[in-house]
Design a protein around this ligand. Structure first.
Ligand SMILES: NC(=O)c1ccc[n+]([C@@H]2O[C@H](COP(=O)([O-])OP(=O)(O)OC[C@H]3O[C@@H](n4cnc5c(N)ncnc54)[C@H](OP(=O)(O)O)[C@@H]3O)[C@@H](O)[C@H]2O)c1
Length: 306
């Protein structure tokens, strides 16, 4: 099968479109003929090798790009119940998606209901579910105010809409060009950069009740002092700094129930993943470069035709 792979750790020079053997599903896995795959920062970060820890298992290159996909079940692994060949599904992969076929983790895969496109579904296992998990972790009541840093990207766009759906006021930091976009999500736009904390104070005179950070680093350090109760500080982007600031990294549920809930939110109109760019498998390099530049609007998706 055709797959976009990386042949070692490094920059874009280790990427290649390759012919690789079609995998066989093992226990707990589904083989899926891919229709669409979401593109995420984790794809290029894994390629660099910087996400690895001393406990990470050895890697056997070439490795397939992709952490999430939507498609049709082509084979069911031993011991997996609830799925049959031909079912339309979407779910998480441990590597694969920018490929004609991908192995999905059955426990983090759900049926794709009518009314949910494969394109939108392919964005839910990573960005959508991370958004949902972080907003749930903050557990803010209706009427509270959440600050979402990096609100214009894949996780932030979904988090803003999920929070608004729960009656929470959203303040979002983004570049100046995303003002109208953030407002279309029901959020209050604040441009990031020097003086951001003062601009947030002005935008939220009632104060901030929680922060869901998508950026980390200095962007997180600048806004954390706005929050007295650090139990309401959650980051998806920076495990080390959020811990140092007394907050928590997002706790991922990674389950079918979350995917089912997200599917219903999309169908009801409460959640639009805002797929801004679609690429073919042959254009996977362009898709990755766009995400790697770090200023995506909503989601980037690779559509796979067989
Ligand atoms: N832990 C997990 O399970 C998990 C899952 C998914 C994602 N993540 C991580 O969460 C983070 C966000 O993911 P994503 O998919 O939403 O990324 P993304 O789609 O690339 O979005 C990032 C957004 O941040 C904005 N941005 C860049 N610099 C900024 C700054 N200084 N202040 C505010 N906004 C800034 C960018 O656009 P503008 O500059 O144009 O505003 C962009 O919209 C990444 O670090 C990703 O690796 C973690």
């Amino acid at each position: 099968m055709k797959a976009y792979v990386y042949t070692g750790h490094g920059g874009p020079e280790v990427e290649a479109l390759a012919d690789v053997p079609r995998p066989e599903p093992g226990p707990g896995q589904l083989l899926v003929a891919v229709d669409a795959a979401g593109v995420n920062p984790a794809d290029w970060k894994r390629r660099t090798g910087t996400m690895r820890t001393p406990d990470s298992p050895a890697e056997d290159f070439p490795l397939l790009f992709g952490r999430e996909a939507a498609g049709l079940v082509a084979a069911v692994g031993p011991g997996v119940g609830g799925f049959a060949v031909g079912d339309a599904v979407f779910g998480s992969s441990d590597g694969g998606g920018f490929s004609e076929f991908a192995l999905l983790v059955a426990d983090i895969t759900a049926h794709r209901p009518p009314g949910l496109s494969a394109t939108d579904a392919s964005t839910l296992p990573v960005a959508g579910a991370t958004a949902y998990d972080g907003i749930r972790q903050l557990a803010l009541p209706p009427g509270a105010t959440v600050l979402i840093t990096g609100v214009g990207g894949g996780v932030g766009v979904a988090a803003a809409q999920i929070a608004r759906h729960q009656g929470v006021t959203v303040i979002g930091t983004a570049s100046a060009g995303k003002k109208a976009f953030v407002e279309s999500l029901g959020g209050i736009h604040v441009e990031y950069g020097p003086g951001v904390a003062d601009r947030i104070r002005a935008a939220a005179p009632q104060g901030i009740d929680g922060i869901y950070d998508q950026v980390g680093g200095q962007a997180l350090e600048e806004v954390a002092p706005l929050l007295a109760d650090r139990s309401k500080l959650v980051s998806a982007g920076d495990r080390a700094i959020v811990a140092r600031l007394g907050g928590a990294f997002v706790a991922r549920a990674r389950d079918q129930a979350t995917l089912d809930t997200l599917a219903q939110l999309v169908i009801s109109g409460a959640l639009n993943p805002y797929v801004s760019h679609m690429f073919t498998l042959d254009q996977a390099a362009e898709a990755l470069r766009l995400v790697e530049e770090g200023h995506v609007r909503g989601k980037v998706v690779i559509e796979v035709t067989r």
